[in-house]
Design a binder for this molecule. Structure first.
Ligand code: ZN
Length: 323
């Protein structure tokens, strides 16, 4: 059934109501691209009247009984992306179909088809001039229609008269069980042979759920990263990725590593030997090593000192004194 078209025009003072005179020659089909719950025609009717909204179009249609007209049909809107003087922007009526997740997209498409028929009749627009946003500027819009049924199939929905029954595109016959294994079909899905979304459901028919589960398994079955070695972990400690102690040891242990083994490796890499009180270096020794370049430059130097369990600030103060 033809939805009722309610006029709620964009204020003339808005920047998105350019007001160029138009004789409609085309109808351009869009999708709002807004999947949010509640992003229906009424919501877009409010949005488009906001002075900060840049785009404009003529009609928003959702799954309800009422579609909203935002501009008179003898004025242009900005919805085609083909420029100020583009044929799309200056000679086409723009229709946005809502894709809100709490709406019935199938019904919204049927409603749009009726409105398109009505406009074709009113302005003597032929089917060849019912086009998609993509035709004007290669934007992937109307996105779901393009990805699933395709725009030519969508146009098959446009009834011969506004009084006709809703039309569905000719459904492809559901495939019979093909003799292929679930595994083979899953590989075909991954190779893109069964499309996406509704097209994939149609293509796989009763096997859809089983095949999809296998696809998910295959795509999710990435090999686990190999466990890190203490040498790798030590380098990460030196690079500062594990912070400083005592939190560093806690983090390492809670991640399932052996913090004391990692610390020993850090000390070995940094030349500190075993981290025992007996061979701890004095601040003075360390400062001289720093001056001799043994600990590199900052900010890595200070991180290395901290990683080795020393007080980098104290060492730096001593370096400054010595210099
Ligand atoms: Zn669009």
């Amino acid at each position: 059934m033809m939805p009722k078209l309610v006029q709620d025009f964009i204020p003339k003072s808005n920047g998105n109501r350019p007001g160029f005179a138009m004789t409609p020659e085309y109808i351009t089909v869009h999708e709002t691209g807004n999947r949010s719950a509640g992003a229906n025609a009424e919501m877009h009717g409010r949005f488009i009247k906001n002075p900060s909204t840049a785009a404009s179009w003529h009609i928003t249609v959702d799954d309800g009984d009422v579609a909203i007209q935002h501009l008179p049909f003898n004025e242009n809107g900005w919805h085609c992306g083909d420029g100020r003087d583009g044929t799309g922007n200056r000679k086409s009526i723009g229709i946005e179909i809502c894709v809100n997740s709490d709406g019935d997209f199938e019904k919204a498409k049927q409603n749009a088809a009726f409105i398109i028929r009505d406009l074709m009749d009113r302005f003597n627009i032929p089917m060849s001039k019912v086009v998609q946003h993509w035709d004007w500027s290669r934007k992937n819009c109307p996105q779901n229609i393009r990805a699933n049924e395709g725009f030519p199939a969508f146009k098959q929905r446009i009834p011969a008269s506004v009084n006709a029954a809703p039309t569905k595109p000719a459904a492809k016959p559901a495939p019979k069980p093909s003799g292929k294994s679930i595994d083979q079909l899953a590989d075909e899905v991954i190779a893109g042979k069964h499309g996406t979304g509704d097209a994939r459901k149609k293509s796989l028919g009763s096997q859809f759920a089983a095949v999809q589960a296998r696809v998910n398994e295959k795509l999710g079955a990435k090999p686990k990263p190999a466990a890190k070695t203490n040498a790798q972990l030590a380098q990460e400690v030196i690079d500062g990725k594990w912070g400083n102690n005592p939190q560093r040891n806690q983090r390492l242990n809670s991640a399932g590593h052996n913090a004391s083994a990692v610390q020993a490796e850090v000390n070995r890499i940094l030349g500190g030997g075993k981290s025992t009180a007996s061979n701890r270096k004095s601040i003075d020794q360390l400062a001289r090593e720093v001056i001799n370049g043994k600990w590199g430059n900052n900010p890595q130097r200070s991180q290395r000192l901290k990683a080795a369990g020393y007080d980098a600030n104290a060492v730096q103060r001593r370096v400054n004194q010595l210099l």
